[in-house]
Design a protein. Structure first.
Length: 403
């Protein structure tokens, strides 16, 4: 599996200067080669290397590899732009509008350098990176999801938001997930971001505080409406997003770690379970909407995938109304947001924990509790439909298909 990981580099002021100087020289080479590639319509990498490699090295004093990499950036830049314009022109032609032609490309002074393994190597704690002044060794921050066994295919040095980053394209071996005999159920919610079937709760209190603080600040800035207020607005929305992303990384890491350590799979509900439950107040819906459910789910999925933990997505209908002890389904089983009380057997429990247990149980049973459409016939009529019909005397509306 190929994925891109962003690694932040820590560089001293001197090292930053070396990186800037290298970027500037590299992009100057690109800008020198670009008009020639353009006027001669030479967009193949090999063709461009043949045409310009020696003169570039003589003029710019780059190492052989760096000269090659700069020319490759020019060639691939033209090829991808050409492809993009061809796609745009299909639309323009259909609309009867004038077509676009390929422009001459220019490169930003601090645009990305595409390194390969000969000029950049990633160590356990440091990265060795080629600059005009020789190789330098920089510390980098390794995200916790960075795979332990990975082959780095290509690395781009990127300058963004005042810092240097490596965008590393890594190849990880595909681990065949084992079929688990038990599942850790995870209930995603509004008040609690996640609750596991063994009772671990990840509250949204901290993220909610941050959201409220930024929300107030956002209100003030929006009223001001000045240019600097708008800039500040962009800044805080970035900060809020990063805080949420970090939170999701922590939660997903913990959940995957628990499942891996106990040799269990992870059970998540599909979105209809969440959507059915969140017909609550407007404030909550907004809060809900803002919280990156999709992100948390995808973090759990890819971290689990990386370590061979199986993830099963179950039908989420009625997970919050069903009793995890006796299986009885009723909307009144949920007297408050936080509490579950079964009207059949009297079982009482935290509502999210009860839902998480149902999710874990459904993953193990391995049969969907609801079917796509009630008109398929009585044979495939599911338990949930029967129960709903028994309670309300009608079928529930057709549910959205599972993910
Ligand atoms: Zn019960």
């Amino acid at each position: 599996m190929q994925s891109v990981t962003k690694l932040r580099l820590f560089a001293s002021p001197d090292e930053r200067q070396m990186l800037f100087a290298t970027m500037e020289r590299y992009n100057a080479v690109c800008n020198a080669a670009s008009p020639i590639a353009f006027s001669e319509r030479q967009f193949s990498n090999i063709g461009l290397q043949k045409r310009l490699y020696y003169s570039i090295r003589e003029t710019f004093g780059l190492s052989a590899q760096m000269a090659q990499l700069a020319l490759r950036k020019v060639a691939s830049g033209y090829r991808s732009t050409k492809e993009a314009i061809r796609e745009q022109n299909k639309v323009l032609a259909a609309l009867g509008k004038p077509l676009k032609s390929l422009p001459e490309i220019s490169f930003r002074a601090h645009g990305a350098i595409c390194y390969d393994a000969r000029v950049l190597s990633l160590g356990r704690n440091r990265v060795s990176i080629w600059t005009l002044d020789g190789r330098i060794h920089l510390r980098y921050s390794k995200p916790d999801h960075f795979p332990a066994v990975a082959t780095v295919k290509q690395t781009d040095l990127v300058y963004r938001d005042g810092a240097f980053w490596l965008y590393a394209t890594v190849e990880t071996p595909d681990v065949e997930p084992a079929e688990p005999t038990e599942y850790l159920g995870v209930d995603l919610g509004v008040v609690n971001i996640a609750t596991t079937s063994e009772g671990e709760v990840f509250s949204s209190a901290a993220t909610e505080k941050v959201r409220q603080r930024y929300g107030r600040l956002r209100g003030i800035l929006q009223k001001m409406g000045t240019k600097s207020a708008k800039r500040k607005l962009r800044q805080i929305s970035g900060r809020e997003r990063r805080f949420k992303t970090d939170t999701n990384h922590v939660i997903s890491k913990r959940i995957v770690c628990v499942a891996q350590g106990t040799k269990r799979g992870i059970a998540l509900e599909d979105l209809k379970g969440i959507l059915l439950r969140t017909t609550v107040t407007k404030v909550q819906r907004e809060r809900h909407h803002k919280w990156a459910f999709h992100q948390l789910r995808s973090f759990i999925e890819y971290k689990a995938y990386g370590v061979g933990v199986q993830v099963k997505v179950i039908d989420g209908a009625y997970t919050s109304q069903q009793c995890s002890a006796c299986g009885f389904v009723h909307p009144d089983n949920r007297p408050t947001q936080a509490a579950f009380l079964c009207h059949a057997c009297g079982h009482t429990e935290n509502a999210d924990l009860n839902a998480a247990k149902n999710i874990a149980a459904r993953a193990l049973v391995n049969e969907p509790i609801a079917v796509c459409s009630p008109d398929i016939g009585g044979e495939v009529e599911s338990q949930a439909y029967k129960e709903h019909a028994a309670i309300h005397g009608s079928m529930p509306p057709t549910l959205v298909g599972g993910s």
